[in-house]
Design a protein around this ligand. Structure first.
Ligand SMILES: Nc1ncnc2c1ncn2[C@@H]1O[C@H](COP(=O)(O)OP(=O)(O)OP(=O)(O)O)[C@@H](O)[C@H]1O
Length: 779
């Protein structure tokens, strides 16, 4: 056997029989093995093992180290933490191993020659010095090289797994490390674990420091300070920051590094920053420090906006003609655009890039439709994609950051709309297919819910926009900022470097919506106790924190009795853990609306029971299945291992347009969705929203959070809980300022118009008496 053998671990020695499941990207496998030996009390001939393996070969024996896990339906399985090929130490065994399918081009004859020449320690000898193969008579150079490569690949990964298991690092991370460094991995881990903080997503500074300690590396290891900086900046990006001021960053790095040793001074840490800057590992500018990916993302957004706005829209539509066209659209739509709305349509048609912003019900969607129709009329082209024989000629691109938001855009415009990820051809590992060399094709791009777009995605998007495309960014700046770093929409607005129109007149309110009225009161900081009185689409049910979950269930019960389904009701809360947190609410509501019965199948994963009929939410982007973070669906079937050809338990979730099959290891990507977090609800709307607000949420309650939740409700909003907590929350501004510098970068922009105001002679509003008003054309 090659390598060190972990002591006192449960093990199975066995031969793979067949693979039950294998995920190529993650190299995760579930395999049935024949048991050859074990130090456990397991006494059956076969066992199912699971873990992250490079490649398991039938006919080869392995040592698997790990622990038993209990599967609800299939009983005992062995979860593998590390493993090694069991290399036989007999001549015959070695010949069989070398002539197995693991080694291409080596048959029994060649294997025998190798073993005759190198003896029973052949593998160790080859691993130590591949040149020993030159002594094997008649062995072709090419075959020898392939043998070494395969050996290194198989042995290399196992060695890494064993090595990392000592530091409690699992096989999943080991897999990533191996993919990055291949056979260099162990020496890098031993000599410079800090490098992994730079290179491997999910590898933290504290782990690197522990490995360094155990390998006796000095506290002033040249890469330690750098890894500290990278880690601090990565963590701050999770809080939405694009950079950290040097002083703040240095303090945080000092704090992090001095936890293990006080031998470093702040000055040394500051000096370290200089070197990192010189090596372009961290970008330092204007008293700020950035991760390069964030610096270049901001830089990219600014320079691409500059590129896009350098040229202006060539074709100017005379005002009279535009009036006529818009008048016809108004007739067809049976409405009359307000001044701001008209101005927005006019300006969007004449701007290379424009932002359209405004609160709920101000007509953003109405204006989008107006722009599309007017553009089509001006260019005398059809708006319906089915009228285009060559689909690549279709000029409009409609997109939004989430699946639900793009679906809403599609429904409200009646035109195709996709997520930004799909538009740019995201394929997980390989990033985006669209970029400056392979740009989008089309003439007019509309991005809805732009407040949710972070600086990385904005950069990917903008670089893929060709010079001649017009762009309209639509969003509500009062909503929560993007989950990822940056605050692109509000930075662009504040910079005033990109033309924008803010719609302020509320149209839905005219239809008598208290929800919209409340949203605008919150927006304008004028919401008081008196405004919380019940109305036809709004109720505030005051109750104690301890009662709030029960009150929610009563509300749902009544709704169900009226024939309303859970598809139309969405509970939104700010936090997961608390008496009235998302997890507690989901548990209670599941009991009410989808209780356990003998007929309904269910599976348990960690602490959660998924049952057929449950409403669930997808938590990560899964482009290969066409489901994205935030998509809501329903569990429609559960299959046992015996019931399907893949031999795995499966849970099937129906989303709007597709069914997705989840295997046990993917259950972690799902959560109950009777209640979801307000952050996750961004970009979605629901007919009925129930919103608990209690003092226990205090730490989270902010104006933009409550505003976002409230504006998700289309027909009815029911708030349950504490009025004072609500009123205090809407007064509390989000003081967690995000450090971003897009505004400054935008000042580099050369040729963006400073003001959006239409030229005096173009103004459609202030007409002289007795003169013909532009509005005369619009009736
Ligand atoms: N000029 C108008 N005249 C009459 N009704 C209008 C006008 N503009 C918008 N509306 C109506 O007001 C309602 C809200 O408009 P719209 O959906 O376009 O707003 P929005 O800003 O997209 O809202 P939200 O962000 O809440 O989706 C719709 O019913 C729409 O038909």
């Amino acid at each position: 056997m090659v390598g060190e053998e972990p002591v006192e671990q449960l093990y199975f020695k066995g031969e793979p029989l067949f693979t039950i499941f294998h995920n190529e990207t993650e190299q995760f496998s579930i395999t049935k093995i024949r048991v050859l030996d074990t130090n456990t009390d397991y006494d059956e001939k076969e066992i199912v093992i699971k873990g992250y393996f490079a490649r398991l070969q039938e006919g080869i024996s392995y040592m698997f180290y790990g622990e038993f896990v209990s599967h609800l339906k299939y009983g005992k399985q062995f979860s593998v933490h590390s493993y090694q090929t069991f290399i036989p130490n007999t001549k015959d065994g070695l010949i069989a191993y070398l002539s197995s399918d693991l080694f291409y081009g080596i048959g029994k004859k060649t294997a025998t020659k190798i073993v005759d020449e190198l003896g029973e320690q052949a593998i160790t000898k080859i691993m130590n010095s591949p040149a020993v193969l030159e002594n094997v008579p008649g062995l072709k150079k090419e075959t020898a090289q392939k043998l070494v490569e395969s050996l290194q690949e198989n042995q290399g990964f196992e060695q890494i797994v064993i090595h990392l298991a000592k530091y409690q690092i699992g096989m999943k991370l080991a897999q990533k490390i191996y993919q990055k460094y291949k056979n260099e991995a162990i020496s890098i881990i031993k000599e410079d674990p800090y490098q992994l903080v730079y290179d491997i997503e999910g590898f933290g500074f504290i782990t690197a420091d522990q490995i360094a300690r155990q390998n006796g590396l000095p506290y002033n290891h040249p890469n330690r300070i750098g890894a500290g900086y990278i880690y601090v900046l990565q963590q701050s990006a999770l809080d939405g920051h694009v950079f950290l001021p040097i002083e703040t960053g240095v303090k945080q790095v000092y704090h992090l590094l001095s936890q293990a040793s006080l031998s470093l001074t702040e000055q040394e840490i500051l000096d370290g920053l200089d070197k990192l800057n010189t090596g372009k590992i961290i970008i330092v500018q204007e008293g700020r420090m950035y991760l390069p990916s964030l610096y270049y993302a901001e830089d990219g957004v600014a320079s691409n906006l500059n590129r896009l706005t350098e040229k202006s829209v060539e074709e100017k539509t005379p005002l009279a003609e535009l009036m006529k066209i818009i008048g016809e659209i108004e007739e067809a739509e049976i409405l009359s655009y307000g001044k701001e709305q008209f101005e927005a349509i006019n300006q969007a048609l004449h701007s290379k890039v424009m932002i359209l912003t405004g609160g709920p019900g101000t007509g953003k969607t109405t204006v989008i439709k107006g722009i599309l129709k007017a553009y089509a009329a001006i260019h005398d082209i059809p708006i319906d994609p089915s009228d285009y024989e060559d689909k690549s000629e279709y000029p409009f691109i409609l997109t939004a950051p989430t699946g639900r938001a793009s679906k809403r855009l599609k429904e409200s415009t009646g035109l195709p709309a996709v997520t930004i990820h799909r538009l740019l051809g995201w394929d997980g590992d390989n990033g985006f297919d669209k970029n400056k060399d392979n740009p989008l094709s089309g003439k007019f791009l509309i991005v809805d819910e732009f407040s949710m777009v972070d600086i990385w995605l904005a950069n990917w998007l903008f670089q893929a926009i060709p010079d001649d495309m017009q762009v309209l960014l639509v969003g509500d700046e009062d909503q929560l900022p993007s989950v990822g770093p940056g605050q692109v929409l509000s930075d662009l607005l504040e910079s005033e470097k990109v033309p924008y129109i803010t719609l302020t007149e509320v149209y839905r309110q005219k239809e008598g919506s208290k929800i919209i009225q409340l949203a605008h009161l919150i927006k304008n900081d004028t919401c008081t106790d008196d405004d919380l009185s019940n109305d036809k689409d709004f109720s505030f049910l005051s109750c104690h924190e301890k009662q709030v979950v029960d009150v929610i269930t009563v509300v749902i019960q009544r709704a169900l009795e009226k024939g309303i389904t859970m598809t139309d009701i969405q509970i939104l809360a700010p936090m997961y853990r608390s008496e009235a947190g998302i997890s507690a609410i989901n548990k209670k509501v599941q009991q009410l609306v989808n209780p356990k019965t003998n007929q309904k199948r269910e599976v348990k994963a960690n602490d959660v029971v998924f049952r057929v009929g449950d409403k669930v939410i997808q938590l990560v982007n899964q482009p290969e299945d066409g489901v994205y973070n935030g998509d809501i669906g329903e569990v429609v079937a559960i299959f046992t291992e015996e019931e399907n050809v893949d031999n795995t338990e499966q849970l099937v979730v129906s989303f709007d347009e597709r069914e997705v099959v989840y295997e046990r290891k993917d259950y972690i990507n799902l959560m109950h969705a009777f209640c979801v977090s307000i952050h996750k609800s961004q970009g979605s709307e629901f007919p009925i929203v129930i919103m608990p607000i209690v003092g226990g949420y205090r730490r989270m309650l902010r104006k933009n959070l409550i505003y976002t939740a409230l504006t998700r409700a289309k027909q009815s909003l029911i708030i349950c809980g504490d009025k004072q907590a609500f009123l205090q929350g809407v007064k509390t501004l989000d003081t967690n300022k995000r450090y971003t510098s897009l505004k400054e970068q935008l000042f580099l922009l050369q040729s963006v118009s400073q003001s959006l105001k239409l030229e005096d002679d173009e103004l459609p509003v202030e007409e002289e008496e007795n003169e013909i008003s532009p509005y005369d054309f619009m009736e």
